[in-house]
Design a protein around this ligand. Structure first.
Ligand code: GTP
Ligand code: MG
Length: 230
């Protein structure tokens, strides 16, 4: 693929399929490239499910509440490449777009987020590319989550691909806040009124207090020797 980004950005109107701008061979190559990210998600989901089941068996509770995954569509990958002014090459896309494969893990308690992160990043075949700890250092709008970019090997028929996967780990309270903030952000077309931004920051504080409180309660009950299955 050697098409350049800006041409596609100019042509990208409405629902147009940006892949129309690629020739047949480029399209096949691009689809194969995206497939490797789907396999990266599959590999990571297997790891996450193993951790979940085994941890639950040993400790009698699951640190993982829900797991969701999504693969960026071809159009949205090409659209992002165009917005970032990247050349339309697989190498440039691989190096610069880290959220083609995305996994979101929701857990009960803040400590669980770090525990899950340690269990995943400690695995020998996983390479950590980047960590953004928005739990320790929330974004100015109040957003909290632990973000990892990891590389996982995927064994294909004729080669091994290292595939990058974005993993977001957050508590139920952080997730509740983030999904509402996301809806508000898009409802106001990314220009949210200042008063609402203030309310969202307040709500983020409340969510943080709830996380701290719930964790303390959980510890208290565990400390008393009572098994709490939450
Ligand atoms: P891009 O997603 O490529 O723009 O990367 P980035 O450098 O902004 O990465 P970052 O790790 O900050 O964010 C990655 C993802 O986290 C986003 O695509 C969202 O899914 C989520 N995220 C980050 N910030 C916010 C936020 O303020 N609110 C919400 N709801 N989600 C956020
Ligand atoms: Mg993103």
């Amino acid at each position: 693929m050697a098409t350049s980004g800006p041409d596609v950005a100019r042509d990208a109107s409405g629902q147009q399929d940006l892949r129309e701008l690629l020739n047949f061979d480029q399209r096949r190559e691009f689809t194969r490239f995206l497939m490797s990210y789907k396999f990266g998600i599959d590999e990571m989901m297997t790891k996450i499910n193993i951790l979940k089941d085994e941890f639950t068996y040993i400790h009698d509770y699951s640190p993982i509440e829900h797991v969701k995954s999504r693969l960026k569509s071809a159009d949205s990958v090409l659209g992002k490449a165009a917005r970032k002014g990247l050349p339309f090459t697989l190498d440039a896309i691989r190096e610069n777009i880290h959220d083609i494969a995305g996994i979101r893990i929701t857990c009960s308690f803040i400590q669980d987020a770090y525990r899950i992160s340690d269990m995943l990043t400690g695995q020998l075949d996983i390479t950590v590319v980047a960590v953004k700890d928005y739990i320790a250092e929330p974004k100015a709008n109040g957003y909290r989550s632990l973000h990892l970019i990891v590389e996982v090997p995927v064994f294909m028929s004729d080669r091994v691909e290292s595939v990058r996967v974005e993993i977001q780990i957050r508590t139920v309270a952080m997730d509740f806040w983030a999904s509402l903030e996301h809806k508000i952000f898009y409802k106001y077309d990314k220009v949210v009124p200042e008063a609402l931004l203030g309310e969202l920051r307040d709500a983020a504080d409340v969510a943080r207090h709830l996380d701290v409180k719930m964790e303390a309660l959980h510890e208290e009950v565990r400390g008393s020797g009572t098994t709490l299955r939450v």
